[in-house]
Ligand binder design. Structure first.
Ligand SMILES: [Zn+2]
Length: 294
């Protein structure tokens, strides 16, 4: 650019500055909400499509402002801290401004329907009447879909570790592989009195995610706070779950081999930075992945 020419034309200079600033204003602001925007994945063959949670229209999204804590947010919405924790499976201990939280309409638990769940089982799990659950979710039939979110009014968080534990046979899953590379940032176990049902491995958006064990893809889609999620069913009652993905390279029904690329690491759902949330389930209950990983 010829600067001497520009100097002689102050109007043109101002225009140039404004044109330069427009993208900064737009992208600068939106990036504060999404710390790591996902670049277009290079090898996507299956496009993930967000699925709106059914039945519960009253769930609000809350973006954390500086100085807010779980207690002040709970108070502002007349709910309790457990209700916030129950609806946001993967928030970090220290809330950061810009974190997004799902806010339930009243005290209770947002239950994400897992394989094998029925209304009867959910009703028993939380000791809440089936009718109360049906009316809170505007449902009149008892058909449930995996990944569907059911609001359990008055329900209290239960740790899955309180359920009968399942003995882990190492030989049955001897071929388990780590599903990605990165920094181990969070383990399986109780976090603020509830169960973190998996482990977190952090790396850049776009880091390849591979199947931990060979099996059949049973779920590929939006899974509430887990964002874009894949589930793979294996032999002997094992299922693995891969959360917060940027994209998938496999689809439901597809058979995958242990170590095969299935997607890319992302920051989708209620996630505070790019990472993989990895769960291993045995007969429907989460177990510590470290017990089966090499
Ligand atoms: Zn996690």
């Amino acid at each position: 650019m010829d600067l001497t020419k520009v100097k002689k034309q102050p109007v043109l200079t101002a225009l140039l500055i404004i044109i330069t600033l427009i993208p900064l204003l737009i992208f600068g602001v939106s990036q504060r909400d999404k710390p790591a925007p996902n670049p277009p994945p290079p090898e996507t063959t299956v496009e993930a499509q967000p699925v709106e949670p059914k039945g519960i229209a009253a769930i609000k999204n809350h973006t954390v402002s500086a100085g807010e804590t779980l207690s002040t947010i709970a108070e502002a919405y007349s709910i309790d801290v457990d209700t916030i924790l129950g609806a946001n499976p993967d928030i970090d201990e220290t809330l950061q401004p810009g974190d997004k939280l799902a806010i339930l309409p009243q005290k209770g638990v947002l239950h994400t329907v897992d394989m094998g769940d029925t209304l009867w089982r959910i009703s028993n799990m939380y000791s809440i009447d089936i009718q109360a659950i049906l009316s809170a979710n505007n449902k009149n039939s008892d058909g449930l879909a995996i990944g569907e979110k059911i609001f359990v009014p008055g329900g209290k968080l239960i740790a899955r570790s309180d359920l009968p534990s399942v003995p882990v046979s190492r030989s049955a899953v001897s071929r388990v592989m780590w599903p990605t590379d990165g920094e181990f940032t969070s383990g399986f176990g109780r976090r603020w009195g509830r169960l973190h049902a998996g482990i977190d491995i952090a790396n850049d958006v776009g880091t390849p995610i591979t199947a931990a064990l060979s099996g059949r893809v049973t779920y590929a889609g939006w899974y509430g706070g887990y964002g874009y999620t894949l589930m793979i069913e294996h032999n002997n009652g094992y299922t693995t779950l891969y959360g917060h993905l940027a994209s998938f390279t496999v689809g439901v029904g597809q058979y995958v081999k242990s170590g095969q690329k299935i997607g890319l690491m992302g920051n989708t759902g209620y996630s505070t930075g790019p990472h993989l949330h990895f769960e291993v389930h045995k007969d429907g209950n989460p177990i510590n992945p470290m017990n089966v990983l090499p």
